[in-house]
Design a binder for this molecule. Structure first.
Ligand code: 1YM
Length: 637
């Protein structure tokens, strides 16, 4: 054969073709999320080089045509021939599935969790891709086209200074694959690149957007995760000045922890393994939490703050108001769980416990003032927990039906099958009345809410439980709350927030979502929470009736009509104005209604959103609402 292709080449191209046929198998989705995944794949290779200690400068450039350039100042990819494939190492990395990881042995790799499908997948899903390697005083270059076909073999195209080393990759995602969009989102890129910079102190990451003039950000944190905690607490009120920082290494596993308490009642603990967020925690987080509880209890006993007969402070007590980052670097991490968001490596628990307890114990000894503040906070939390336990008992239902009848306001459904049951949380009694007439009594329960519910961002569980609206909601759900929470007892698999499409309605919705997010998070995570989408207009056109949700839709609908068509347009001022038929047809009837599921895509982002929106400081709330005018109507936490 002399057409430039041998059996090996053909096999390689078949591999890339498989990626193009089923991109979802390799990058999860071809939506905007998958599009950004391509950037992370290439950036991860540069970050691995930084973790290995050879790179401290990474640049990401979004080109005018939505191309991506990633540059690093590492060693440069190896330029020799790979004896397994007979191709250059570089061509192998970009055309053989999973090649990258297999070659570079040892060291800490970002890859291993969700990432790590490799540079070849990016190549397969790109219209074209170019790689420049600066190494040994030479510039090596190769280009690929149409989903990974090499235009030529790797060539030296120039000389460079011997000191200049690094890798540059430029690519353009293939619009045939990314049919939804090939437009990169600056904020998505900035958020993750900033996170990587926080997690790797001293690593500079620059983001440049050439689509807009002067749009760029540079992330460089010599304080690493200490600066991360400072940022997370920026809109909160810290109760001590110094951020606790602990670092240590055992058997090649590095543990780093930074933490600071604030005056809120929530804990925001975020953990990472090799720069990947472990949203479901795992052994690194467990080890640190266990040590935190033990060390605080020991210190309190030793200093006679806790008497011998007093109950121990619980994990929840010592974590109240805590903002903490746990970062673990591991040469071969094992991930668990459906989304691989949990570290399973068993040996890490003891290592994390050892490293953190040594460092934290020392901190408490050296900083008695801060120790006092921290222990006082936990003691008050403990007292409040006991008060909450009493209050909670009031919300505990004896038998399902029994207590139901005692919740006067609830119009329950007759079915006891939670999987088909729904509860509508409705703003106000008049809308509650319409909803009651409009519902399917077998599967739809109605709970009218009077007045505003308490903002739990500023209240502890015991105070929340003294709020009647909140108590009613907890009793109706059936799950209990706090330590007794049990998702399997949830009475309704659809919890539907139905509020007016105005400012008050938005506010009530956000208050409810804050309550769910802070106190019933598993309900949100399991996808049980929805927002109803009541229409804004009713249009009568001849004998036809049409409902539309937004002003834009109204304009669009008008455009489809003949110029002199006679129509009447009725704008609903609120749910209370709709009669039962309107409400049933548009918002409640399973056949026609549009529900918006509230998802927690990114717990870290959601946490920050609620702090900003609902916390004490007014400025961030104002800024947030101004910057995200659409937010209230379209909340994806
Ligand atoms: C813009 C993307 O890929 N940088 C990069 C990649 C590698 C190296 C350095 C590297 C790694 C090793 C040795 C090693 C990779 N090398 C490989 C493989 N930037 C970017 N920078 N020398 C250089 O891991 O031992 C895969 S990635 F497999 F060839 F070693």
């Amino acid at each position: 054969m002399n057409n430039g292709y041998n059996d090996d080449n053909i096999q390689v191209l078949e591999g890339l073709e498989a990626v193009r046929k089923r991109p979802g198998m390799y990058i999860g989705t071809t939506s905007v999320v998958g599009l950004h995944h391509l950037v992370w794949e290439i950036v991860d290779n540069s970050v691995d080089e930084a973790l290995a200690g050879y790179c401290d400068d990474i640049e990401v450039i979004v080109g005018k045509g939505n191309t991506i350039t990633v540059k690093d100042d590492g060693r440069g990819m190896p330029t020799g021939i790979n004896n397994k494939t007979g191709l250059s190492t570089i061509e192998t990395i970009f055309t053989v599935l999973h090649a990258g990881g297999k070659f570079g042995g040892g060291g800490y790799k970002v890859s291993g969790g969700l990432h790590g499908v490799g540079a070849s997948v990016v190549n397969a899903l790109s219209s074209w891709l170019e790689v420049y390697v600066y190494r040994d005083g030479e510039v090596h270059y190769q280009k690929f086209e149409n989903g990974g076909h090499p235009v030529d073999s790797l060539k030296v195209i120039d000389k460079c200074s011997k000191d200049r080393t690094g890798t540059t990759v430029i690519f353009k995602p293939d619009p045939e694959i990314f049919k939804e969009t090939t437009i990169f989102n600056y904020d998505t890129l900035a958020t993750r690149l900033q996170q990587i910079a926080f997690l790797n102190k001293g690593l500079q990451i620059k983001l440049i957007d050439e689509r807009e003039e002067d749009k760029n950000s540079t992330f460089l944190y010599n304080g690493g995760i200490i600066e991360y905690v400072a940022m997370l607490n920026k809109n909160k009120k810290p109760i001590h000045d110094d951020i606790v920082y602990v670092e240590g290494k055992e058997n090649d596993v590095i543990i780093e922890v930074a933490m600071q308490y604030n005056d809120s009642y929530n804990s925001s603990i975020f953990s990472f393994v090799n720069n990947i967020n472990t949203g479901d925690g795992g052994t690194h987080e467990d080890g640190v939490k266990r040590a935190l509880t033990r060390i605080i209890n020991n210190y309190a006993k030793k200093n006679k703050i806790l008497k011998d007969n007093d109950d121990q402070l619980t994990g929840d007590d010592v974590r109240e108001g805590l903002t903490m980052i746990v970062s673990c670097k591991h040469p071969d991490p094992q991930f668990e769980g459906q989304t691989k968001g949990k570290l399973g490596s068993a040996e890490v628990k003891k290592i994390a416990d050892d490293v953190f307890s040594n460092g934290f114990e020392r901190f408490l000894l050296e900083n008695p003032e801060e120790a006092k503040i921290i222990i006082e906070k936990a003691t008050i939390a403990s007292r409040a927990r006991k008060a909450a336990k009493k209050a909670r008992e009031l919300t505990r239902r004896k038998t399902a039906l029994d207590t139901f009848n005692t919740i006067g306001k609830l119009s329950d459904c007759t079915s006891k099958d939670a999987t088909i049951s729904e509860i509508f949380l409705v703003e106000g009694d008049s809308a509650g009345g319409s909803a009651k007439d409009a519902r399917m009594p077998k599967t739809q329960a109605i709970l009218p809410l009077r007045g505003k519910i308490l903002n739990v961002e500023k209240a502890r569980l015991d105070r929340a439980l003294s709020n009647e609206e909140i108590r009613t909601i907890i009793t109706a759900f059936g799950t209990g709350i706090g330590q007794e929470f049990d998702l399997s007892k949830l009475r309704y698999h659809k919890i539907i927030i139905m509020t007016d499409a105005d400012v008050d309605g938005d506010h009530i919705r956000i208050l409810l979502l804050t309550l769910f997010y802070r106190f019933f998070r598993p309900i949100v995570e399991a996808g049980h929470v929805y927002a109803a989408q009541p229409p804004l207009y009713k249009i009568v056109y001849g004998k036809k009736i049409k409902y539309v949700l937004t002003d834009e839709e109204l304009t669009e609908f008008r455009a489809t009509l003949p110029p002199n068509a006679k129509i009447t347009v009725n704008r609903f001022k609120g749910l209370g104005e709709m009669d039962a038929i309107d409400l049933r047809e548009t918002t409640m009837n399973i056949e026609n209604r549009v529900l918006k599921r509230i998802t927690v895509d990114d717990a870290m982002a959601a946490d920050q959103v609620f702090t900003d929106l609902m916390g004490e400081n007014v400025l961030p709330r104002k800024t947030y609402i101004e910057e995200n005018a659409e937010f209230a109507a379209d909340l994806d936490i």
